[in-house]
Write a protein that binds this ligand. Structure first.
Ligand code: PRT
Ligand code: ZN
Length: 225
C-alpha cells in the first residue's frame, strides 16, 4: 500500500450515515465534492481524501491502518471488536468521540403472540440477527442458550417466514417491528455514530491535522447541544 501524506477518512458511501458524515466534515471546513460513481473524493482545501465504502468495511479499514479515520455506527464497531477479540486478532483503533447522529438500539423482538417474560423465554429458541457477536455476548451474560440464524438483511421477516422464533435487530422508531407483527422486548445495545482513529503510527503532520479536525468536530457537536 502506498503511504500517503494525505489524511484518509472512510465514510459510508450511501445509507443512513452518509449524508450526516459529509455534513459534519463540511461544517468543519473540509471542502469536497462527491461524485456518486467514485470511491474517493479529494478535498480541495485540505490534504484529506474521503473513501466512500460500505459501513461494514469501515472498522476493518481503520484497524488495519488502510485509512486513518472512519465514521461509523458504534454497533458496527463493537460487533467487529468482539469478532476480532474472539479470533485473537488485535483491533488497532480508538474511538475519538461519539457523534450526534445515527441513534438507534439493538434489540430483541418477538412476534406479538409470543408469551415473553424475560430473555430466559428465548432459551433453546432460534434468533435471527446480523449482529451475532453482540447477541452472543448479551446471552452469555444472561446464561441463556439459543440458536443462531445469521441473516445480513430482511431479519425482521425471519419469524413470519418460519426461519426463527425471534430477532435481534436495529430499531429506531419501531415502525419496522410493528409492520412485521413483532414487539421489542429488550434493548441489548444503544448506539450512535462515532469517529474512530487507527492506532498505527502517524506522521506528526497527519496527527496535527487529526487534532485540528477533532477540535473542530468538538466545536460543531457542542454548538448543537
Ligand atoms: O450499504 P451499507 O452496508 O453501507 O449500509 P447498511 O444497509 O448496512 O446500513 P444502514 O445505512 O441501514 O445503517 C447504517 C447505520 O445507521 C447502522 O449501522 C446504525 O448505526 C445506524 N442506524 C440508525 C440504523 C438505524 N438507525 C435503523 N433504523 N441502521 C439501520 N436501521 C434499520 C434497521 O435495521 C431496521 O431495518 O431500520 C429499520 C428499523 O427502523 P425503524 O425506524 O422502523 O425502527
Ligand atoms: Zn452495512
Amino acid at each position: 500500500m502506498s503511504e500517503s501524506n494525505r489524511l484518509r477518512i472512510a465514510i459510508q458511501k450511501s445509507g443512513r450515515l452518509s449524508k450526516e458524515s459529509q455534513k459534519l466534515l463540511k461544517s468543519c471546513g473540509v471542502k469536497f465534492n462527491v461524485n456518486e460513481q467514485r470511491l474517493i473524493a479529494h478535498s480541495d482545501n485540505m490534504p484529506i481524501d474521503l473513501l466512500r465504502v460500505r459501513d461494514d468495511d469501515i472498522p476493518g479499514l481503520v484497524m488495519d491502518g488502510v485509512v486513518d479515520l472512519g465514521i461509523i455506527g458504534e454497533n458496527v464497531l463493537e460487533e467487529e471488536q468482539i469478532e476480532r477479540q474472539t479470533l485473537d486478532k488485535p483491533s488497532e483503533c480508538i474511538k475519538l468521540r461519539q457523534l450526534d447522529f445515527g441513534a438507534c438500539r439493538l434489540s430483541l423482538a418477538v412476534p406479538t403472540e409470543f408469551p415473553y417474560q424475560d430473555a430466559g423465554s428465548l432459551e433453546g429458541l432460534r434468533i435471527a440477527t446480523s449482529y451475532p457477536n453482540l447477541l452472543r455476548r448479551y446471552m452469555q451474560e444472561k446464561g441463556i442458550n439459543y440458536r443462531d440464524c445469521m441473516l445480513k438483511g430482511s431479519v425482521e421477516v425471519a419469524p413470519r417466514a418460519g426461519l426463527a422464533d425471534g430477532i435481534c435487530d436495529l430499531v429506531s422508531t419501531g415502525a419496522t417491528l410493528e409492520a412485521n407483527g413483532l414487539y421489542e422486548t429488550e434493548v441489548i445495545y444503544r448506539s450512535m455514530a462515532c469517529i474512530i482513529q487507527s492506532t498505527h503510527e502517524q506522521s506528526d503532520a497527519k496527527q496535527a491535522l487529526i487534532d485540528k479536525l477533532l477540535s473542530r468536530i468538538n466545536g460543531v457537536v457542542r454548538a448543537k447541544e
